[in-house]
Design a protein around this ligand. Structure first.
Ligand code: NDP
Length: 236
């Protein structure tokens, strides 16, 4: 019904957390899903090992996926990391690691796919940003910068891709229960819950539905350059 049956969709960082939930839901929708990860650790066992920070590895990966599954229709840039510190304490190496993964990694993931998508005149790109990219966050100047930047990337891609019938959108999760938020101490979590009108963190599946909506050529066919915030009402 969502038009994703048989469509080849790539998800970066699909072995755990939000990425795994996206992969699972897309599989339920009948899509042919491929995903990568760095470490090989995690819930799911059958992905491709490739580092989003390495442009050659990502170019080879996309060629391999097209050989294995067929032309790629959808690309979900989900892989991401945090290296948190106040701006006064942040090291350049932690700045670079986050920018290399969350920003250049997104470029390395979409770049090998654009020409083919434009030629085939179909495709949907979904970039996973964050509430932190929309409103900033103490201790996350590097992460916030990358998550804000991917919103600008999607808005640009939306304008460039429209004539080729390729859409680009953003899903911006609020705080979600994954390995990324596990280290937040309980008292800090309680303070965050108090700021969220729904008084809880979201679940990875609740982000996956938003990504599936943005990928669907049926459900979101006239939506491009949009940021869909999924955050339990956490806007303040
Ligand atoms: P997790 O830490 O649970 O998982 C991160 C995923 O990214 C893993 O699959 C990891 O692979 C992969 N990854 C990280 N670096 C690389 C790399 N260099 N190359 C390939 N894969 C890589 O994160 P979440 O599921 O929580 O987050 C997913 C996305 O959602 C991220 O972009 C994050 O910024 C964003 N987000 C998360 C929020 C949250 O509260 N959890 C809130 C807002 C946004 P591996 O297992 O091999 O390390």
């Amino acid at each position: 019904m969502l038009g994703l049956e048989g469509k080849v969709i790539f998800v970066s960082g699909g072995n755990r957390g939000i990425g795994a939930a996206i992969v699972n839901l897309l599989e339920e929708m009948g899509a042919k899903v491929a995903y990568n990860y760095r470490s090989g650790k995690g819930e799911k066992g059958t992905g491709y090992v490739a580092n989003v920070t390495d442009p050659e590895e990502m170019t080879q990966l996309m060629a391999q996926i097209e050989q294995d599954l067929g032309p790629i229709y959808g690309v979900v840039c989900n892989a991401g990391i945090t290296r948190d510190a106040l701006a006064t304490k942040l090291t350049t190496s932690d700045w670079n690691e986050v920018v290399d993964t969350n920003l250049t990694g997104v470029w390395n993931t979409i770049q090998p796919n654009l020409a083919g998508m434009y030629e085939r005149k179909e495709g949907s790109v979904v970039l996973v940003s964050s509430i932190v990219g929309e409103r900033g966050n103490i201790g996350q100047i590097n992460y916030a910068a990358t998550k804000g930047a991917v919103i600008a990337m999607a808005k640009t891609l939306a304008q460039e891709g429209a004539r080729y019938k390729v859409r680009a959108n953003v899903v911006a999760p609020g705080f979600i229960e994954t390995d990324m938020t596990k280290p937040i101490p309980e008292p800090v979590k309680e303070k965050i819950y108090a700021q969220i009108p729904m008084r809880r963190f979201g679940k990875p599946e609740e982000i996956a539905w938003a990504v599936v909506y943005m990928l669907s050529p049926v459900a979101s066919s006239f939506v491009t350059g949009h940021v869909l915030s999924v955050n339990g009402g956490h806007y303040m």
